[in-house]
Design a protein around this ligand. Sequence first.
Ligand SMILES: Cc1ncc(COP(=O)(O)O)c(C=O)c1O
Length: 377
Amino acid sequence: MGFSTDAIHAGQWPDPLSGAVMVPIYQTSTYQQEGLGQHKGYEYARTKNPTRQALEDNMAALEKGAAGFAFSSGMAAINALMSLFQSGDHFIVTANTYGGTFRLFERILKRFGFEFSYVDTSRSDNLKAAFRPETKLVFVETPTNPMLTLTDIKAVAEVARQQGALLCVDNTFATPYRQRPLELGADFVVHSTTKYVNGHSDSVGGVLVARDEKWREPLHFIQNSAGAILGPMDSWLTLRGIKTLAVRMDRHESNAREIAAFLDGNTRVDQVWYPGLPNYPQRELALSQMGSFGAIISFSVANLDRARDILSRFRVFTLAESLGGVESLVCHPAVMTHASVPPEVRQRLGIVDGLIRLSVGIEDIEDLLADIDHALG
Ligand SMILES: Cc1ncc(COP(=O)(O)O)c(C=O)c1O
């Protein structure tokens, strides 16, 4: 089946009780047992819930994986993945990874004896040099937030396989509509479904999908034991959001292409980061790996005061953290999403005080362009 057909149908079935076409919100914590040890496969809702299961099966189908698991946030999904490993294990991580991922790794998991090396995974020489005998996993984010650096998933998967390590890709920015890491050789995919997958900024959630069936039991064990599950209402909202993922992404991206063209070369802006720009160094990789360019744009202006001034003048774009919703958002990574990254690291990664990130929504493009024009002053 095609992507949109799977998005609308995979993992879903008419409700056996009423024939309801949409998977119901099974808002229950427990299930009746007809006799001791006799039940319909559901005993307690932390372990299994039909609404969550529909979402998990749906995301596994879209990512072309064997098993999916839904969590209460993207961070909970990443934490569940990391629970497969143990003290002394070493991990290679994309240098410009999301600030919350960096915080989980550096401030929490390090205390349990996990070791991390942050490298520019877009360069294979960097990557190869970072492996150690105890390297268990490469954790790649592509494109990165907010610098939009791409990593060649197929090339990294090959290197990881040669070194006997697993590969996980954070696919939040690209979505399975645009990029399917498991088909390119990754072992796991994680998502903050809070972003494009749900797409309506009304739910926080995360999904982890494994390519191989052998991970189903260990990951279900972790999900059930640690218990950071996605609730039935959020599972249902996310399932509903996914049905329009393809049409939303098409519109997000067509708006983003026009905005990037407007900003590029604009004298009121210093530099623009968008993989679709004609001179973007990784444009070809974006095309071959994602078939498109996404809808996040970063641009820089002189300094924090100028950035603050611009941010105060937006009327359609809302100043807020997060991204990937139908509404356009603007954020200041250094002060907002990446405040947990130390200033010297931010500087090295290019997350300067004059950097502004746009999450381009699906409003009318004329209104978005007029808003940016007005904000730039
Ligand atoms: C790329 C990426 N991964 C993971 C996360 C964490 O997801 P959540 O906020 O749902 O916990 C985020 C959040 O912004 C993100 O941008």
